[in-house]
Design a protein around this ligand. Structure first.
Ligand SMILES: [Zn+2]
Length: 498
């Protein structure tokens, strides 16, 4: 009678708690029990493990085989535990040596022929294994992403036989080294946008201060093009940000591409997306679009077409940078510090104010259309800008804009000032920090108070204008926020739908 203990990892939000897989082989009638997995998953896991042992020419032990996964109350997905279960059974039946098991962790789903299939969340699990001082044995297909964890030892295997050859010393697996991945430039360049001086300026301010942005204009004026270029001018991610973003993306199968490591994600879900797709859901909970856009850009085109309920759930993560998901008594928290860029038409037909004059929408229709976005949500968007249609003759004359590279340089300098002054981007200043950071004269506040009462601003909107003014001053290289900066910032509230 023997017991073998093998280490693995579960997933709960971005955490990957340790799971002990204990295998026991005893006498008695043949029986194979797995304890600690949901009943529905036990049978499948049992069938896969049994088949893989068989096709890999191992002997399934006679007698009673009991596998216990502890702790019992963790959310578990059975697939990832196939490999540790198989290794546990092989070690308990003395078909592979157990001397190295205390220094290793295992995860991987087994195919019926013993091949290892990729798993989600490899990066979060590797962080955990490394923190506890163990090397991580995982499927080859997930190794590139796992190897991003700094200092971690990742052993990549293609099959159960590879892993067993390592444990027996016949063919040790060598630590996985990530080969240099080609850098892809995928965002396009800001110089592709013709004209639209004001919108480009708003985009630069949004990038510099991390502000959310709403663009209002007819179809075909370049709103989508502008939004997709935001990532090309954003300041580079810190290595912590890049790792955190990659770890979240790695939780959603297929969402993470290691060659994109360090690039800010741009997610643009369609307006028919469900609440679960947008904020996360399913059981066990998985991250939604807002978390896949963590440290990146969430672009919502046709903003008023999103369902009211879906839009309202954005309010909380817009403030806190996190989302808590509850599903069937399970809770998971995912980071969701995205930069929101929204775009909308000025009216239901889209052509209000267009040079063609073809809009026939009634003022009532326009009002109803714009009211689909609630005041509190609009309040949370820092910059509102109009993106007008240019007649073809003007568009031809309109100069190509500056290249992204030049704008990105100014953005980088402005952002560095913010981090040096207050350790966060201006968009994340709270009210007290904001006034301290602005170091403005009384006349500046007088101007702001006057405008706020004329335009009946909420207190929230008041501070948003001040934060944007702080960013405008940073772009101008000014230590103090001046009246001109506030005046420009006020201009970005004017186009707000009322
Ligand atoms: Zn219209």
């Amino acid at each position: 009678m023997r017991v073998a203990t093998v280490f693995s990892r579960g997933l709960s939000g971005l955490e990957a708690p340790l799971v002990r897989v204990e295998a026991h082989v005893g006498g008695g009638l043949p029986q194979f029990r797995i304890v600690g997995l949901p009943d529905t998953e036990v049978k499948e896991a049992r069938d896969r493990v049994r088949a893989a042992l068989d096709t890999s020419r191992f002997r399934f032990p006679d007698g009673r085989v009991t596998v216990n996964l502890a702790p019992a109350d963790l959310p578990k997905e059975s697939g990832r535990f196939d490999l540790p279960i198989a290794i546990g059974i092989l070690a308990a039946s003395q078909q592979v040596p157990d001397r190295e098991l205390a220094t290793l962790e295992f995860a991987g789903e087994l195919g019926l022929a013993g091949e290892l299939r990729p798993i989600r969340g490899a990066l979060a699990m590797t962080f955990g294994a490394h923190r506890d001082g163990r090397a991580f044995v995982i499927p080859d297909a997930a190794a590139a992403e796992a190897s991003l964890a700094p200092g971690a030892r990742v052993l990549a295997a293609r099959s159960l036989l590879d892993v067993c050859a390592h444990l027996s010393g016949a063919a040790p697996l060598s630590p996985y080294r990530c080969t240099a991945l080609p850098r892809r430039q995928s965002h396009g360049d800001l110089s592709d946008v013709r004209g639209q001086h004001q919108a480009r300026r708003a985009l630069e301010i949004a990038a510099a201060g991390g502000h959310s942005l709403l663009m209002i204009g007819p179809p075909g004026t370049g709103k989508t093009m502008l939004a997709s270029r935001l990532a090309s001018i954003l300041p580079p991610m810190t290595s912590d940000e890049a790792l955190e973003a990659a770890a979240v993306q790695s939780l959603a199968s297929g969402a993470f591409d290691p060659s994109r490591f360090g690039e800010r994600a741009v997610r643009s879900p369609h307006h028919t997306a469900s609440g679960a797709a947008l904020v996360g859901g399913s059981s066990p909970p998985r991250p939604g679009e807002i978390s896949l856009a963590h440290h990146g850009v969430l672009f919502l085109d046709e903003f008023p077409e999103f369902s009211h309920r879906v839009l309202e759930v954005l309010r909380e993560p817009l403030e806190s940078g996190r989302i808590c998901i509850s599903r069937a008594a399970r809770q998971a928290e995912f980071p969701a510090r995205f930069q929101l860029v929204a775009a909308m038409n000025p009216c239901p037909c889209g052509y209000l104010g267009h040079f063609s004059g073809k809009c026939k929408c009634t003022p009532d229709n326009v009002q109803r259309y714009r009211r689909r976005i609630s005041g509190p949500l609009l309040d949370r968007i820092d910059l509102h800008v109009e993106v007008p249609a240019l007649p073809p003759s003007q568009l031809k004359r309109a100069a190509r804009g500056e290249r992204s590279e030049l704008v990105a340089e100014r953005v980088k300098i402005a952002r560095a000032k913010q981090l040096a002054r207050q350790a966060v981007a201006n968009a994340r200043l709270d009210a007290t920090q904001c006034e301290a950071a602005c170091a403005a004269d009384d006349s500046v506040y007088e101007l702001l108070v006057q405008a706020a009462s004329q335009l009946s601003f909420s207190a929230r909107a008041y501070f948003r204008v001040l934060r944007v003014a702080r960013t405008i001053a940073d772009l101008a290289g000014c230590e103090r926020v001046l009246e001109g900066h506030v005046a420009e910032a006020l201009g970005y509230r004017g186009a707000a739908p009322t």
